[in-house]
Design a protein around this ligand. Structure first.
Ligand code: GAP
Length: 566
């Protein structure tokens, strides 16, 4: 077990689910600190992708009816190729197994995998041969209701709930593009052989933003902020570019400004959450790697002890989802987009001559005249064909007139395109923990310290009475209560020596420790100790709240707030 894994378990960040029954791969429990950290990550995400966008958040069921996933393409296409050993029966995800054994990337098709298995005589770890590869659908299926019930699936992404509600959402935004809709919640994938801890889970947490735009206007008013922003970009040919996002759009490496905006925004968010900038890159999907719905896709990847891992996928899904749901539900999921100025267009009208149509078609004449009026096809061989009550009628051009007119058009119906930044919160949480984990030497002793961003720490302040007796403990209780009341996550701890307590809070990432000592009772001051530098200041008890609020929301030095204290 690595040092960080041992610490995360011991201190209450992440635990194996179902541990007392032997555990189950692909599931993880968040202990009190892990849960706190992930909640803080969600809060920061909302600030970036909801509050500061034209966006709202919704919450839809985690179980979906079959129709949704037939329309979305997940029933037919959301598969990985599985290989099963003939001898021991072990099943592996084919592309991962081949990458591990041969170090090569494979196309995820049965034919390709089959060829690789036989060309390289790939065997199971037990020496056995593999059966023919098979497609394995990653969705968990279920039955809704008693008896034969109705087929359902646990959602493999939160996004579908948003597409299903599109009509209501467009109405909420008064049909005005662009707008964003997000959802934070659980997603489920029955991964074939998850062996990478928190990285590949069967139940995990996503934060997804579906940003609906006019197909001809893939821009964002905030792009200027990221035009000169630079972060390594690895294109689909595996070439790395170290250029600004603006240049990458100009050169056609990133398809449009809106994708580039979300790449910049995502990078800023991840760094603000605690990922190290130098361990972050964006990689474009190869053509054979893109999901069935994506037109272009860039992954944010973080470097960890597992290598480069995808933490966010940013895809241009085009109109795939809304078009498919329109087709399957027969609900019109387009919106009317008015032009800035009405446009004058020439239109051709078919005008029936009732005096001739009446006697010829008798009781059908009214319906036929209406069909002629609505006709917008071609005239061939001097006639048109219209359909009335399931029957076709040939109408000669002597029975109607063609009139050309000019009229104003006020807008058009549009199926919006969707740009989707999709965040895996578990992977980000884990990457934050790895990137923050550090050791240094304090007072001649090695110390473990989790250098979390101050605003991300699950325990922000620890109040430590120097001695575990009165009046120190009551004063510590009083301060703890005051800080909690103003929303600062605070713990009081009076067990063990002060040095041990400092080490404990350094290890779990608490940015500040407050110490109540003898001087507190003389001049109403306490000390604040900074986790990263271990430097201390003395401040007035009455100023504590404000000083801490300022420190916790910034990266300012504590010496700006009080006298150094040894
Ligand atoms: N709606 C788009 C979508 O779901 P995705 O790339 O499949 O896209 C988005 O997933 C993010 O969810 C990934 O970048 C990753 O961080 C996370 N994710 C996907 N599968 C996961 C798994 N099995 N375990 C943990 N996180 C996962």
């Amino acid at each position: 077990m690595t040092d960080i894994t041992e610490m995360l378990i011991r201190r209450g960040y992440l635990w194996q689910s179902f541990e007392i029954y032997g555990g189950m791969a692909g599931f993880v429990d968040y202990g009190p600190l892990g849960n706190g950290l992930r909640r803080n990550l969600e809060k920061l995400w909302r600030e970036y992708f909801v509050i500061n966008e034209r966006a709202v958040e919704i919450d839809t069921p985690t179980v979906g009816i079959e129709e949704v996933f037939v329309a979305s393409g997940h029933v037919s296409s959301f598969t990985d190729v599985a290989i099963e050993c003939e001898k021991c029966g072990k099943i592996y995800r084919a592309d991962h197994y081949i990458k591990e054994k041969l170090g090569i990337e494979t196309e995820e098709t049965i034919d390709f995998i089959s060829e690789v298995l036989s060309a390289y005589d790939v065997r199971c770890e037990c020496g056995g041969r593999f059966k023919e590869p098979e497609n394995f659908n990653l969705m968990f299926s279920t039955r809704i209701g008693p008896g034969r019930g109705k087929n359902g699936y646990l959602r493999p992404e939160t996004a579908q709930g948003i597409f299903i509600d599109f009509k209501r959402l467009a109405d909420y935004f008064r049909d005005k593009l662009p707008f964003g809709v997000c959802q934070i919640g659980r997603a489920y994938r029955n991964e074939i052989s998850p062996r990478q801890g928190v990285i590949r889970l069967r139940e995990f947490n996503q934060a997804e933003l579906e940003y609906f735009v006019h197909p001809r206007d893939k821009k964002h008013p905030g792009f200027e902020r990221y035009r000169d922003f630079q972060i390594p970009l690895v294109d689909k040919m595996d070439e790395e570019h170290n250029i600004s996002l603006g240049k990458a759009v100009e050169k056609g490496i990133i398809a449009h400004e809106l994708l580039a905006y979300f790449i910049g925004r995502t990078a800023e968010f991840l760094i603000d959450a605690g990922l190290k900038r130098e361990k972050l890159r964006f990689r474009q999907h190869r053509d054979d790697e893109r999901a069935h719905y994506a037109v272009d896709c860039w992954d944010a990847e973080a470097h960890t002890s597992y290598g480069w891992i995808e933490v966010v996928g940013i895809a241009d899904r085009g109109d795939y989802d809304l078009t498919r749901h329109t087709e399957y539900s027969r609900e019109d999921l387009s919106i009317f987009v008015p032009y800035e100025e009405p446009v004058k267009v020439k239109v051709r009208r078919f005008s029936p001559k009732m005096g001739l149509i009446g006697p010829k078609f008798k009781e059908k004449s009214k319906a036929i005249a209406k069909a002629v009026e609505e006709y917008n096809g071609k005239i061939s061989d001097g006639k048109i064909i219209v359909r009335v009550d399931g029957e076709e009628y040939e109408i000669e051009n002597s029975l109607f007139e063609v009139v050309e007119e000019e009229e104003f058009v006020y807008g058009e119906r549009v199926v919006p395109h969707v740009i989707e930044p999709s965040f895996g919160l578990d992977r980000i949480t884990y990457a934050i923990l790895e990137h923050s984990f550090d050791t240094d030497v304090v007072d001649g002793e090695e110390r473990r310290v989790l250098r979390l961003k101050r605003w991300m720490a699950p325990v922000q302040v620890a109040v430590l009475p120097l001695l575990s007796r009165e009046p120190f403990t009551s004063k510590a209780d009083e301060i703890t209560l005051k800080l909690k009341r103003v929303g600062i996550f605070t713990e009081k701890d009076d067990s063990g020596s002060i040095g041990r307590r400092y080490r404990r809070y350094d290890e779990i990432g608490t940015p500040f420790c407050i110490t109540v000592d003898h001087q507190t009772f003389e001049d109403s001051t306490v000390t604040i100790r900074d986790r990263d530098t271990t430097r201390q200041i003395r401040v007035k008890e009455g100023d504590l709240e404000n000083v801490l609020k300022e420190l916790l929301n910034s990266e300012r030095d504590i010496f700006e707030f009080g006298m150094p204290f040894k």
